[in-house]
Design a protein around this ligand. Structure first.
Ligand SMILES: [Zn+2]
Length: 296
């Protein structure tokens, strides 16, 4: 299976390194790290970032609070659908979309792939449907979800992955790809693990937001991102608990396990260097690249 790392959204919140740990200026740089996986069952997209409609009509799709708080950049060339075409595929080749959760910065591109089956944890779809509370109403804009034709939902169980509850054998998908239940950020939040044949790749989504929350013995996170995680967690204690469990697993098995989150630009740059043209095109936009800045 070939795995492409795509950044399908860019946010530049005010706060600089208080958010991302590397920016020198007043604004930070947060990615929307998605995967495009070439499988024998067609293309599989893991999360979508923002979509073409978000870019064209942000105020009819996205909460003004998040447009301004996150300073969402409106660039249609970052959408998954544009990057997939740039890679030489047709959007119709995307047969499946596996969603870590349904937040606005992950689900915006769903309607750019009307033929795809969308896989998500049942509890997440229910939470997005109910939209209970102020944050839920802002984080789950129904305009991003209401035209999805084919939902496929799952409950945790049926397998384990390094001690976490997992869902193996997603309908129509190869067995190398599974859900890992990691709730806390949202009710039905999950990671997506892929057995690449040369080790596991885990898209941990918003289980953590900053690379040193994984690769240091204890949690290291800039204050801006700490506050943002607290604000956005449906269950903050559970979020931190699962984050700590994942940190433990990662520290024990670094060699066999690659873990990344959605919004860390340094992690994205490092993994995109193994990927293809569109990701490189994005990296060139950030001058110098986040990796250079982080290692400077
Ligand atoms: Zn997110």
């Amino acid at each position: 299976m070939r795995v492409h790392h795509l950044n399908c959204g860019l946010m530049r919140p005010v706060g600089g390194s208080l958010f991302d740990g590397f920016s020198k200026g007043p604004t930070a740089e947060l990615t929307c790290h998605c995967l495009l996986v070439e499988t024998d069952r067609g293309l599989v997209l893991v999360d979508t970032g923002f979509g073409l409609r978000d870019m064209a009509r942000p105020y009819s799709r996205l909460s003004p609070i998040f447009i301004h708080l996150d300073r969402i950049q409106l660039d249609p060339d970052l959408t998954a659908v544009r990057q997939i075409v740039a890679l030489g595929f047709s959007p119709r080749d995307v047969r499946h979309i596996v969603m870590t959760h349904l937040d606005f910065d992950h689900a915006g591109g769903l309607e750019d792939f009307p033929d795809a089956t969308v896989h998500v944890m049942e509890a997440e779809l229910e939470a997005a449907w109910r939209r209970d509370g102020i944050i839920a109403r802002e984080r789950y804009p129904w305009e991003q979800l209401d035209e999805v034709q084919h939902w496929m939902t799952y409950r945790p169980g049926g397998g384990r992955w390094y001690g976490f509850e997992a869902v193996r054998e997603l309908a129509g998908l190869p067995p190398e790809l599974l859900f890992v239940s990691l709730p806390g950020h949202t009710t039905g939040h999950a990671g997506v693990a892929i057995d690449t044949g040369s080790g596991w790749l885990l898209h941990a989504a918003d289980t953590y937001f900053f690379r040193h929350e994984m690769d240091r013995p204890g949690r290291v996170c800039p204050p801006g991102l700490r506050a943002y995680q607290r604000l956005m967690a449906t269950d903050y204690e559970l979020h931190l608990y699962n984050q700590a469990r994942l940190r433990e697993v990662y520290q024990e098995r670094r060699g066999a396990l690659t873990v990344f989150c959605t919004h860390d630009a340094v992690e994205f740059d490092a993994l995109a260097q193994r990927s293809s043209a569109p990701a490189e095109a994005w990296s060139r936009r950030t001058v110098p690249s986040a990796v250079e800045r982080a290692t400077a």
